[in-house]
Design a protein around this ligand. Structure first.
Ligand code: ADP
Ligand code: 5GP
Length: 213
């Protein structure tokens, strides 16, 4: 078995299009996919667990993390700060695990432009329609009417960046989108750059050729 280098899998979409649901399914599918737990200054929702869904931090603590260079990327979204801690990401990909990010387009761009950019796989999820997007935000039942309205207003901002992603999927049927995501991940894991041990293998093949002649 050839060893591989982990991927940074970025999932973005307008709020409510299905990122968290699909991220949960991908992690259940393959324990080698670990979730990047972001830090945020927003308040926890009733069902959210500190340290598992997010690291809920104060604005001062967030600014210190950024100033100390501990964030791989960070952005201001819907009036709150969000960012991805750098260290767990580096540790996971060094161990050959893939890291899944549920982040907005600003974070996606920063990671793609970072030193880890060549190991990213970015996927954007579109809703089947705007009415369905609103239905999903309402169905989730975790945000106030005001928050939902604000998120709907912002959804075009996010959608307008769809062209910056490697893959774009319309999340209509959940099972079909899940299957498409798995196909994309499996193919990307076979990219040459993700398989550093191929160099040794090709060198061995070369030696074998020389021994034959
Ligand atoms: P996001 O993380 O992008 O904000 P969620 O994963 O929380 O979105 O999904 C919002 C709501 O829509 C949830 O109630 C989820 O169960 C539902 N949902 C997600 N994908 C689909 C789909 N393909 N069809 C129907 N409902 C969906
Ligand atoms: P929510 O408040 O619904 O959990 O997330 C709001 C938005 O912030 C979503 O678009 C989500 O992808 C984005 N987000 C969550 N964590 C991060 C992060 O660490 N960095 C960036 N750039 N965006 C994030």
């Amino acid at each position: 078995m050839l060893s591989r280098r982990g991927l940074l899998i970025i999932l973005s979409s307008p709020s409510g299009a299905g990122k968290s649901t699909l991220a949960r399914r991908l992690r259940a599918w393959d324990p080698n996919i670990v979730f990047s737990v972001s830090a945020t200054t927003r308040a926890a929702r009733p069902n959210e667990v500190d340290g598992a869904d997010y690291h809920f931090v104060t604005e001062d603590a967030f600014k210190t993390l950024v100033a100390d260079g501990d964030m791989l990327e960070h952005a201001h979204v819907f009036g709150n700060f969000y960012g991805s801690p750098r260290k767990p990401v580096q540790q996971a990909i060094d161990a050959g695990q893939d890291v899944l990010f549920d982040i907005d387009w600003q974070g996606a761009q920063q990671i793609q432009n970072s030193v880890l950019g060549q190991h990213t796989l970015s996927i954007f999820l579109l809703p089947p329609s705007i009415i369905e997007l609103r239905n999903r935000l309402e169905k989730r039942g975790q945000d106030s009417a005001d928050t939902i309205a604000r998120r709907m207003q912002k959804s075009w901002d996010e959608i307008s960046h769809w062209g910056g992603y490697d893959h774009v999927l319309v999340n209509d049927d959940l099972d079909a989108t899940e299957a498409q995501l798995k196909t994309i991940i499996e193919a990307t894991r076979l990219r040459r750059l993700q398989q550093p041990s191929l160099n040794d293998h090709v060198r061995t093949l070369q030696t074998q050729f020389q021994e034959l002649s």
